[in-house]
Design a protein around this ligand. Structure first.
Ligand code: SF4
Length: 392
């Protein structure tokens, strides 16, 4: 199992809280972007040939050389429109035949989510859309600076489901003014419209986004961390009551609708990132991992798309340490046997020693006779703090 992530770096306008890598404009230069992807892939041809050459990994289920999942993220992939998506899909099918057979996700903004776009998603092999719904309240969407309406958010979900696509909807919580009742209504509307997977994010404001300037001008307020915690709790309560499993720190799904591509990240599988600011990870038999990050910014990336901004090979022990906290994002728990196959440089005693303090605090627990280590129920909110302690 391994996956491909392609970063599509275009947005029609900038949402004031967002620090992702994108270029603003209504008419993306798809041709230049695809030419950049082709140059990146050919510049990395030797690396890719070696990568897919069937290198033996420590775990049996990791020897598969196919690209089982594809994720087109951004930015706004749906801004490419049906024709642009078709071109990107054609390139992908030529360069990586069979990629995405297990899952092929396209991020879509609700204002683009109509039958024509979904037909294009299906035509390139898409199986799933991740919709940037964010809120179903007019006040929430206005505060977040989104261009779509609540009705468009819900219609885009229903149209995707009608097109035979699996649907994930994003929900941002903790925006100033949001209420418990509002979160419950969001969840009820998203799930009734057909979302079987919901990703929940607390609104966080980075310094280099427009939001701080809007705060200085009196047009926005900064989110409050206690309010955010309350809204996250309200979302969890409503989503689990609606029958979705809280299976990853930020993700909820009906049974069988878990995001397979995202699970690759949490279960230490290889992934190839293409496009500006995309990241790649490749695991080796000794448990070491090669991490690579592309340059940020479309113009810079286009100048030399195959030279990374950063590349680092983590030692087996450093990779194992990192693997502990990524594995614990899966709230169903970390499979210790699979973990030790992936990271053969460490032992069960090493895991026990590393996690002893968090187990004693009740944040982590061993279950199933010690086969599974997981974040204790109700403690997911402290995942970052637990992770910081494990990494220390
Ligand atoms: S559409 Fe998405 S990627 Fe683009 S600015 Fe808004 S939140 Fe960021």
């Amino acid at each position: 199992m391994r996956g491909i992530y392609i970063h599509v770096p275009f947005c029609a306008r900038a949402c004031p809280y967002c620090d992702f890598d994108f270029q603003v404009g209504r008419a993306p230069d798809t041709e230049a972007f695809l030419a950049g992807l082709a140059r990146e892939a050919s510049g990395r041809a030797a690396e890719l040939a070696d990568w897919t050459g069937g290198e033996e990994h420590g775990a049996q289920d990791m020897s598969d050389a196919t690209w089982s999942t594809v994720y087109l993220g951004g930015g706004t992939p749906s801004l490419l429109g049906p024709a642009g998506l078709a071109s990107l899909g054609e390139w992908l099918a030529r360069r990586f035949p069979g990629a995405g057979a297990s899952e092929f996700t396209v991020e879509v903004n609700p204002e683009h989510g109509d039958a024509a776009l979904y037909a294009a998603v299906r035509a390139i092999g898409g199986t799933r859309v991740s919709l940037g719904t964010q809120s179903t309240e007019a006040e929430g969407l206005r505060t977040l600076g989104r261009v779509h309406s609540p009705a468009e958010a819900l219609a885009s979900i229903a149209a995707a489901a009608a097109a035979g696509l699996r649907v994930s909807a994003d929900l941002i919580v903790g925006w100033p003014g949001q209420t418990d009742a509002g979160v419950r209504a969001d969840v009820a509307r998203l799930t009734a419209a057909g979302a079987e997977h919901v990703s929940v994010y607390a609104l966080t404001i980075e310094a280099d986004t427009p939001w701080p300037t809007l705060v200085r001008r009196g047009k926005r307020r900064l989110p409050d961390s206690d309010h955010q915690a309350d809204m996250l709790a309200a979302a969890e309560q409503a989503l689990t009551a609606a029958g979705l499993l809280h299976y990853e720190v930020a993700s909820y799904a009906r049974a069988g609708a878990e995001a397979r591509h995202n699970l690759l990240y949490w279960t230490w599988q290889d992934y190839l990132g293409l496009g500006p600011s995309a990241h790649s990870a490749r695991y080796f038999a000794d448990g070491s991992v090669l991490r690579r990050g592309n340059v940020r910014g479309l113009p810079t990336w286009l100048k030399d798309p195959s030279t990374p901004a950063e590349a680092e090979r983590l030692t087996p022990e450093a990779a194992a340490t990192e693997g502990l906290w990524t594995g614990l994002r899966d709230l169903r728990g970390l499979d210790v046997a699979a973990y030790l196959r992936r990271f053969p440089a460490v032992t069960r005693a090493w895991i026990e020693q590393r996690t002893r303090r968090q187990v004693a605090r009740g944040n982590l627990e061993w279950i199933e006779e010690g086969r599974i280590l997981r974040i204790a129920p109700g403690r997911w909110y402290w995942h970052d703090a637990v992770a910081a302690d494990l990494l220390a």
